[in-house]
Design a protein around this ligand. Structure first.
Ligand code: HMG
Ligand code: MG
Length: 308
């Protein structure tokens, strides 16, 4: 029996945003720009560049306007994130054509993250989604705590599906459905994504797995089986939400690319150039990069230096 796999998959690189937002030391803006530029050279056609959030809440994203001004390109889908009207207004001042809004299924998480209940956030965001669509923007809706919440525990599928429904009815182009704290197991990933695929056949569905329990790659494989062919991941496996205790980084892009390509699924990403991009940001990080592929690359580089 053969596996049912797509020929191609799209990777949405979230490193410059999700990857860096949790870094405690401010990464110089020119380094972020160089990182983004190198990632683009590696072949990413969709990327989250930054987020228009309060710099008091997330100091690392304080340079969002400057990043957006210099890094938004044409012919690629460059996302900026915004959680509210103020964030969208800031995004309107840039040349961006693709905006990601975000909300948590769980009230407790959403309050910690955005200082509103889920219903209060949706009341503000849904009219904004309609407004963005009228203005011709691509709208991505990021759905946090779709499987588990750090405060409420297990989230029932119905609650996630209902939030997704509200976004699709408002006209969102894409749902990025997230396992924020990296707790979902593959059977849960398969079950939720199968259901979303069935319920929302006309929207782009993307899986966003954090790797806290080292199940992100397995969950990607499970989501592939459910018919998903779009995956968020972060170069170097960086990332995590500052308001989701215990959340580790995203699935490492280089490990995802390696796995998909080994299965014959084309990603369009050049792994060598991706390593170059990680090399740019790596010296500025507060934690080591632990992805399998980057570790192999470092091993080869040091053997070459030793002349063996
Ligand atoms: P608040 O304190 O309730 O905001 O924070 P407020 O409306 O009361 O306003 C307070 C001040 O913030 C005012 O300024 C506003 O102008 C300003 P002041 O008068 O004091 O000078 N403000 C803003 N400034 C810049 N940009 C804005 C903005 N909005 C208000 N957009 C707020 C509410 C939403 C601002 C805050 O909670 C916040 O910034 N939260 C962001 C949290 C965040 O970025 N989390 C990480 C991203 S989500 C994530 O990582 C999950 C994801 O990866 C998927 C997954 O894995 O689950 C997407
Ligand atoms: Mg995330």
């Amino acid at each position: 029996m053969t596996l049912c796999l797509p020929k191609k998959a799209t990777i949405i690189e979230v490193g410059p945003r999700d990857g860096l937002q949790n870094e405690k030391t401010f990464i110089p803006t020119p380094v972020k720009k160089e990182f983004i530029s190198a990632l683009k050279k590696a072949g990413f056609a969709e990327m989250e560049l930054t987020s228009f959030v309060s710099p008091k809440w997330v100091p690392q994203m304080a340079d969002a306007a400057e990043i957006a001004a210099s890094s938004i390109g044409s012919g690629v889908r460059d996302f900026v994130l915004a959680p509210n009207r103020k964030g969208i207004e800031r995004a309107y001042m840039t040349g961006c054509r693709a905006i990601a809004v975000f909300v948590g299924v769980s009230d407790s998480f959403n309050k910690k993250n955005i200082n509103k209940t889920t219903a209060e956030s949706m009341e503000e965001i849904l009219p904004l989604v309609r407004e963005l669509k009228e203005k011709g923007y691509f709208v991505r809706a990021c759905i946090s705590t779709s499987f588990y919440c750090p405060y409420e525990g297990k989230i029932e599928e119905d609650r996630t599906v209902e939030l997704c429904r509200q976004f699709t009815l408002a006209g969102a182009d894409e749902l990025s459905v997230a396992d924020t704290i990296g707790m979902a197991a593959p059977h849960e990933a398969y079950s939720l994504f199968s259901r979303l695929k069935h319920e929302f056949p006309d929207v782009l569905l993307t899986a966003h797995f954090h790797d806290t329990r080292k199940m992100a790659l397995t969950n990607i494989f499970a989501a592939l089986q459910a018919g998903i062919d779009r995956f968020d991941s972060s170069a170097g496996g960086l990332g995590g939400c500052p308001f989701a205790p215990g959340a580790a980084g995203n699935a490492a892009t280089e490990d995802v690319v390696n796995m998909l390509e080994r299965m014959g699924i084309s990603t369009g990403i050049n792994l060598d150039l991706l390593m170059d991009a990680i090399d740019i940001v790596q010296p500025h990080l507060s934690r080591p990069i632990e992805s399998a592929i980057y570790q192999l690359y470092l091993g080869e580089a040091s053997r070459e230096r030793a002349g063996s």
